[in-house]
Write a protein that binds this ligand. Structure first.
Ligand SMILES: Nc1ncnc2c1ncn2[C@@H]1O[C@H](COP(=O)(O)OP(=O)(O)OP(=O)(O)O)[C@@H](O)[C@H]1O
Ligand SMILES: Nc1nc2c(ncn2[C@@H]2O[C@H](COP(=O)(O)O)[C@@H](O)[C@H]2O)c(=O)[nH]1
Length: 214
C-alpha cells in the first residue's frame, strides 16, 4: 500500500502505455520512472534480438523461442503476444512483487497485451494510448532512432495504421508532439488516478476516525 494522504493507504495501479512503434512511449516511460520512485517498470521477455545499447534484464529479458514457449506453458506470463514476428510477454512474478511493495507498475505493451490485462484486472488498469503528431513524423522518429534496419522500419510503418485503430480501447490519449508536455500529461493522469475513491482502501477507516474527532 502507498500513502496518498498522510493516513490513507492506496491500492497500487497498473499503468499501460501503448502506441504504434516509434510514437515515443518508451521515451515517456523512462522519464516517468526517473521522476517518480513510486513507479516500478515491468520488464518484458522477448525473442527479439537486442538493439545496440539494450541491456538484458533492464530493457528486456532476451530469451530464445524455446524458452519463451516454456514460460508460456509454465503460466509465467500475465499476458503475451506475437508482435512484428517476435514474441513478447509480461512476467507475472515481478509485477506482483512491485504491487505488493506498494508501488504502481508501468507496462510498455501492445494492444493485444492490453486487452488480455483488461480481461483479468480491469479495475486496477489505467491505459494510455500515445499517438504521433503525423505519420511522416512517426517515420522520422523510427528512422531517427537509428536502431532498426530499413526492412524493420518499413514493416513497423505498414502496421502503424492497424495499431492506431485500437485507440478507442484506451482510457486516455496523448498526442506526443512536445515530449515534456507528453510526460506532464501522463504524470497528470497518474496523479488523478491515484486519487480515485475505489483505490483508497484506507478511506473508510480514515473517515471513521475523522468523524470520531467531531
Ligand atoms: N515528442 C517527441 N519529439 C521528437 N522525438 C521524439 C519524441 N518522443 C520520442 N521521440 C523520439 O522518437 C524515437 C522513438 O521513440 P521511442 O523509442 O520512445 O518509441 P516507442 O513508441 O517506444 O517505439 P517502440 O514501440 O518501437 O518501442 C526516439 O528516438 C525518441 O527519442
Ligand atoms: N503484448 C506485449 N507487447 C509488448 C511487450 N513488450 C513490448 N511489447 C510491444 O512490442 C512492440 C515492439 O517493441 P520493440 O521493443 O521491439 O520496439 C511495442 O509495441 C511494445 O509495446 C509485452 O510484454 N507484451
Amino acid at each position: 500500500m502507498t500513502d496518498t494522504l498522510p493516513t490513507v493507504s492506496r491500492r497500487g495501479l497498473m499503468l499501460v502505455m501503448s502506441s504504434p512503434s516509434g510514437a515515443g512511449k518508451t521515451t515517456i516511460s523512462r522519464a516517468l520512472l526517473e521522476r517518480d520512485p513510486a513507479i516500478g517498470m515491468s520488464v518484458s521477455a522477448t525473442t527479439r534480438a537486442p538493439r545496440p545499447g539494450e541491456v538484458d534484464g533492464k530493457d528486456y529479458h532476451f530469451v530464445t523461442v524455446e524458452k519463451f514457449h516454456e514460460m508460456v506453458e509454465q503460466r509465467e506470463f500475465l499476458e503475451h503476444a506475437r508482435v512484428f514476428d517476435n514474441f513478447y510477454g509480461t512476467p507475472r512474478g515481478p509485477v506482483d512483487a512491485i504491487l505488493r511493495s506498494g508501488r504502481d507498475v508501468l507496462f510498455d505493451i501492445d494492444w493485444q497485451g492490453t486487452q488480455q490485462m483488461a480481461q483479468n484486472a480491469r479495475a486496477d488498469l489505467v491505459s494510455v494510448f500515445v499517438l504521433p503528431p503525423s505519420v511522416e513524423e512517426l517515420e522520422r522518429r523510427l528512422r531517427g532512432r537509428a536502431q532498426d534496419s530499413d526492412e524493420v522500419v518499413k514493416k513497423r510503418m505498414s502496421k502503424a495504421g492497424d495499431e492506431m485503430s485500437h485507440w478507442p480501447e484506451y482510457d486516455y490519449i496523448v498526442v506526443n508532439v512536445d515530449l515534456d508536455k507528453s510526460i506532464a500529461a501522463v504524470q497528470a493522469i497518474l496523479a488523478a488516478e491515484r486519487l480515485k475513491r475505489d483505490r483508497l482502501v484506507g478511506l473508510p477507516d480514515f473517515v471513521t476516525r475523522l468523524r470520531g474527532e467531531e
